[in-house]
Ligand binder design. Structure first.
Ligand code: D5M
Ligand code: FE
Ligand code: ZN
Length: 600
């Protein structure tokens, strides 16, 4: 029997020593030529853990402390503990130069952006002065178990044998999906001509991981959404900075900004503090009328809004209006204008929408997948299949995940997915985006998969980042995996992740797919905010929450396409009951959406 040694295998062995590693770190190990190099790498990089769980990090830190005080430790592979200056020089890791534990600390703080900036600098310093004791990792022992299989794995890659190995490695799944009679492929109707991709970060990422880049996304968000808010307000909307210079004290004005903070005072007044991210100036606004409650509660931190009210005589505060004037409420979101003309192709043609396939997870349903494959083969109007992320289950996404994996090898997971996609007709264009389980950075916007994973797939599969705006012969489909759904559901009363379309409406209203920075949402510093919804889509397609839903908002269709994975123990612990085996079709001619499901 072939001994499997791959990224997850390294992950597993190292995690027994208390450390989970990211795929790129594991890659480094696979590609290293000698043990010394690897030991060096592991000892000098404290930021390669991949876990998303803060308790887990704490656990590791405790273990490090314990092993630091262990006197019996005389292993010569120990690095000098005073050698701290180079502990953060992992160049292969530029995608996430903030380590996960630092990020978690940042994200967990309820505070506003300014204190997050302070913490960012502090945690940076803290991590620089921390060295992980190599005895704790015990890399030599772990690696001696692995060296032989490293070589084997390299040979498999070099000879391109991975797909051939799937049948012996995962016979049950393999036989269910690939040793069966497939229905004939109906020729496609051939209506669509071309599609284009807008707003994809892939290949355009220019973030350096510096805090300044991080501020830049908020400046860009503010600038672009202020333009929309100006239209929405139907009047000149001042930025906080402009207003402070405009000599409008005592006058009725409209002011825009990013939401810095909101709170309800003891007297039940609603306070909203706005910020101008260009100058860092802030302005307090207050609503005293109870009927503003619903609008006030829709406001989330870091989003761009406009407020109408009277600037106080000393210019220090805005007293918010309470009446709708000319159809405009005193709290305005950028929103989608009501009329939304659609120019699609002239004849019926369908895009099939799916998400969260989670290949590799124990709970993936190959029998359900077969039904989807058969349906696509038999349905000639389907010319596109669009996947909204989480193609595979991934590895090291949460602690002990490997106990629920049928395929504990990330390359095998993608190779299996590739083989599954090969059963779809060659002339169906598959467009695959990524999610939090795929092998890309967690921070949004996410670039697409690297060539080392996409190389297994047939030519009719294109890979794109997350989010992305697809234009298929004039029909605009905004694809976003949906990590912000949990955060929005947590902050805004009356919506829940179990009913995702209500949350997706908020994205459209806020013209931003992930307005809150924090909770489970991480943002990558870039020159532009790729998460702003500039182009009004005809359809917004998300996944992530594993619940099917379809609806519309101001003429924009909304679909969440659930999952192909049954309930995991993590989901059970959170009370999440997934909808398994669903897909939607959208007719690009008239944007009519239909729900489909497998026979169970
Ligand atoms: O998401 C699977 C399910 O788990 C989905 O319902 C969202 C939920 N989920 C995922 N991450 C989180 C966090 N951080 N908080 C709350 N709920 C979460 P998947 O991305 O497939 O694991
Ligand atoms: Fe998922
Ligand atoms: Zn997800």
């Amino acid at each position: 029997m072939t001994k499997e040694f791959t990224v997850p295998r390294i992950s597993k062995i190292l995690s027994k020593n208390g450390l989970m590693i990211k795929p790129n770190a594991a890659n480094y190990i696979i590609n290293s030529s000698n043990t010394e190099e690897i030991v060096d790498y592991l000892s000098n990089n404290s930021n390669i853990t991949s876990t998303i769980n803060l308790d887990y990090i704490k656990d590791i830190e405790e273990k490090i402390d314990e092993s630091n005080t262990d006197e019996s430790n005389t292993d010569e592979s120990n690095t000098d503990e005073s050698n701290t200056d180079e502990s953060n020089t992992d160049e292969s890791n530029t995608d996430e130069s903030i380590s996960d534990s630092e990020l978690n600390k940042l994200l967990d703080s309820k505070s506003n952006r300014k204190s997050r900036e302070k913490e960012f600098n502090e945690t940076q310093k803290e991590s620089e002065s921390k060295v992980i004791n190599s005895e704790f990792l015990n890399p030599k022992e772990a690696l001696s178990q692995l060296e032989e299989s490293i070589q084997e794995e390299k040979t498999i890659e070099e000879k391109g044998e991975r797909k051939e190995l799937l049948s012996s490695r995962y016979p049950e799944w393999y036989n269910t999906m690939f040793n069966r009679e497939l229905p004939d492929i109906e020729p496609r109707v051939g209506v669509t001509q071309e599609y284009t991709v807008e707003g994809d970060i892939t290949g355009n990422s220019r973030g350096t991981g510096e805090f300044e880049d991080f501020r830049q996304i908020f400046k860009d968000r503010h600038e672009r959404l202020t333009k929309l808010l100006n239209k929405r307000a139907g009047a000149k909307a001042y930025t906080v900075h402009e207003l402070k210079k405009a000599n409008k004290n005592g006058k009725n004005i409209v002011v825009t900004g990013l939401v810095w903070d909101t709170f309800v005072s003891n007297n039940g007044n609603y306070f909203v503090e706005l910020e101008d991210p260009k100058t860092n100036e802030t302005l307090r606004t207050v609503f005293t009328d109870e009927k503003m409650k619903d609008l006030f509660e829709k406001i989330v931190p870091d989003e761009a809004i406009a407020i109408r009210g009277t600037l106080s005589d000393d210019g220090g505060i805005v007293f918010g209006d309470s009446e709708i004037r000319k159809g405009r409420p005193p709290i305005m979101f950028p929103d989608i204008p009501r009329k939304n003309k659609h120019k699609g192709p002239n004849e019926t043609t369908h895009a099939a929408l799916i998400s969260d396939v989670h290949v590799g997870a124990d709970e993936f349903y190959p029998e359900y997948w077969n039904q989807f494959v058969d349906w696509v083969r038999k349905t000639p109007t389907v010319e596109y299949v669009i996947v909204a992320g989480d193609l595979v289950e991934g590895i090291g996404v949460f602690p002990n995940q490997d106990e629920e994996l049928t395929i504990v090898d990330i390359y095998d997971q993608y190779a299996m997915t590739a083989k599954m996609f090969e059963q779809l007709p060659d002339d169906v264009q598959i467009i695959a985006s990524v999610g939090n389980h795929d092998t890309v950075r967690l921070a949004e916007p996410q670039p697409t998969l690297a060539e080392e994973f996409t190389k297994y797939f047939p030519e009719n599969v294109d890979f794109v980042g997350n989010p992305v705006n697809l234009n298929i012969d004039g029909s605009n489909i905004l694809v976003y995996h949906g990590m912000s759904i949990n955060a929005l559901a947590e902050v805004v009363p009356g919506v829940s992740a179990g009913n995702p379309t209500e949350v997706m409406k908020l994205m459209l209203e806020k013209r931003h797919v992930a307005p809150i920075y924090g909770k489970n949402v991480r943002l990558a510093g870039e020159q532009e905010d790729y998460l702003v919804i500039d182009t009004i889509p005809d359809l917004l397609h998300c996944g992530h929450v594993h619940k099917y839903g379809q609806d519309k908002y101001n003429g924009v269709k909304i679909v969440n396409t659930a999952t192909w994975q049954g309930q995991t123990s993590f989901q059970k612990s959170k009370g999440i009951e997934p909808d398994v085996g669903y897909w939607a079709t959208v007719d690009l001619l008239d944007m009519k959406v239909e729900k489909h499901t497998v026979k169970k």
